[in-house]
Design a binder for this molecule. Structure first.
Ligand code: NAP
Length: 305
């Protein structure tokens, strides 16, 4: 493949930025990748493992002369980082981000973007419970969706160019509105994470997690919750603080459904439970048909990272 951006600056060098760098390098999509991170330790690791072509000590230095700047820091830090880089952006450059929440990031970042610089928010629906500069891998985005949420006024050519980068990294790109994105993600990702955190927290409160049997016999159900609940605490704190409305809306509905199921169990209403679980099974089938998961009984764990 050919170069899509001459110089790409990655601000933040964790799982997502690292995976982008490796995916871009593998396919030759960036003439040069420049990266920076907040801590000297992360920058040092990135240098040692050659995560980007050049590691620099500040965000201002990283974005100077860059054609594409990707903000890959926790959602709550996006606004401050945008403020730091704003005076150093090259005219005509594109600024994007990979934040898991879109409306709050747009509100925090857009006011800092100078005239003549394009801001095109993005969210790759791909991740793992690992974080940091060693967590990335080139295949992370393969076959996964990447949602772009440009405003209707956004420059068409700049949007197309960013979309072509994500496609070349293996993603299926779709456009959506930021508020719609936040509601959909509250259902598909944010609320499920909160439920996993709760379930693992409850088990821990019961002091069962440390019991050998619970860990040994946890098989798919609880084990999947513990994997999700091992996700980065800062990232997820920021997701909930910044997608408050949609998450609370979904959790309200969740609580109502939970009460309905609780009542059915208490009343011995097997018909209700069976009909409910039949409906949810069909959703799982839909996810597999959409190619977003494997039908393997172990969730394809043997091949998973
Ligand atoms: P990560 O591995 O934890 O890396 C985060 C990076 O941001 C690190 O380089 C960190 O620097 C830097 N950072 C943290 N706090 C900062 C602050 N206050 N100011 C400046 N820099 C800061 O995170 P990630 O998983 O790549 O996530 C990055 C973004 O992608 C987040 O917005 C997240 O919502 C989004 N996202 C994540 C996933 C996922 O599954 N992980 C999926 C899709 C999108 P130091 O290392 O120096 O502390």
């Amino acid at each position: 493949m050919s170069v899509i951006y001459e110089r790409v600056a990655l601000v933040g060098l964790g799982l997502i930025a690292g995976s982008m760098s490796l995916a871009m390098r593998r396919a030759g999509l960036a003439g040069e990748s420049v990266g920076t991170a907040r801590s000297a330790e992360t920058r040092q690791i990135a240098r040692e493992i050659g995560l980007v072509d050049r590691v620099v000590d500040s965000a201002a230095e990283a974005v100077a002369g860059a054609d594409l700047v990707v903000l890959a820091v926790p959602v709550g830090a996006m606004g401050a980082v945008a403020g730091q880089i704003a005076p150093h952006l090259k005219p005509g450059a594109t600024v994007s981000d990979v934040g898991s929440v879109k409306r709050a990031v747009i509100e925090a970042v857009a006011p800092h973007i100078p005239e003549g610089v394009h801001f095109i928010p993005a969210h790759p629906l791909a991740g793992t419970e690992h974080s940091g500069p060693r967590a990335g891998f080139a295949e992370l985005f393969e076959g996964r969706f990447c949602l772009l949420t440009p405003t209707p006024e956004a420059d068409r050519a700049a949007v197309d160019r960013l979309a072509s980068l994500w496609r070349a990294m293996g993603s299926q790109v779709e456009m959506t509105d930021a508020d719609h994105h936040d509601l959909v993600l509250a259902v598909t990702s944010h609320a499920p994470h909160l439920i996993a955190y709760t379930m693992v927290g409850v088990a821990d409160d019961l002091r069962r997690v440390t019991d050998r049997e619970v860990i040994r016999y946890s098989a798919a159900g609880f084990r999947d919750f513990t994997r999700i609940a091992a996700s980065d605490p800062v990232m997820w704190r920021d997701v909930f603080l910044n997608n408050r409305g949609a998450t609370l809306e979904i959790l309200g509905r969740f609580t109502e459904e939970l009460f309905a199921l609780q009542k059915a169990i208490r009343d011995g209403d097997g018909d209700f439970l069976q009909a409910y679980f039949t409906r949810t099974r069909a959703i799982r089938r839909g996810i597999i048909e959409a190619g977003q998961d494997t039908n393997a009984p172990d969730f394809g764990r043997s091949g998973a990272r």
